[in-house]
Design a protein around this ligand. Structure first.
Ligand SMILES: [Zn+2]
Length: 136
């Protein structure tokens, strides 16, 4: 199965989870994403995945991903890439060993797909903030 087909299958399963599908990019996280842009947010994603998810034994595994504070955190909960247990359950990537470069890129792609769709489906920024400058 190619990566796109694999992701289609995972997203179809995620959509059936009441817990996973309730996550929405909104408020400060949405404003941050619009202000910084996808390239920057995905660079953060790669750094967060490398430090918090990729090690064979990530520190605090299962609790290393806050529920708010960065769009990537939200995307991780929504896509089952928040900890190694969820990564094993949702993406069939086993625990107990370091993630390969390819697996890390795959996780970032999953996060990118969720964020892009959320940003597209979110209401437009308020009129005084059309440039997404995060007024206020
Ligand atoms: Zn998790």
């Amino acid at each position: 199965m190619g990566e796109d087909a694999r992701m289609d299958e995972v997203f179809a399963r995620l959509a059936e989870s009441r817990f996973r599908r309730r996550f929405r990019l909104r408020g400060d996280d949405l404003a941050y994403q619009r202000r910084k842009g996808m390239d920057t947010v995905l660079r953060h994603a790669a750094e967060l995945i490398a430090s918090r998810l990729a090690p064979a034994q990530p520190p605090n595994d299962g609790k290393q991903t806050p529920m708010r504070g960065h769009p990537v955190f939200l995307a991780q909960h929504a896509t089952g890439t928040c900890c190694r247990g969820c990564l094993a359950k949702w993406h069939a990537i086993p625990k107990g060993r370091e993630l390969t470069e390819e697996e890390q890129r795959y996780v970032v792609s999953v996060i990118a797909r969720w964020l892009a769709r959320q940003e597209r489906d979110a209401p437009p920024p308020p009129e005084d903030d059309q440039l997404g400058l995060g007024v206020g």
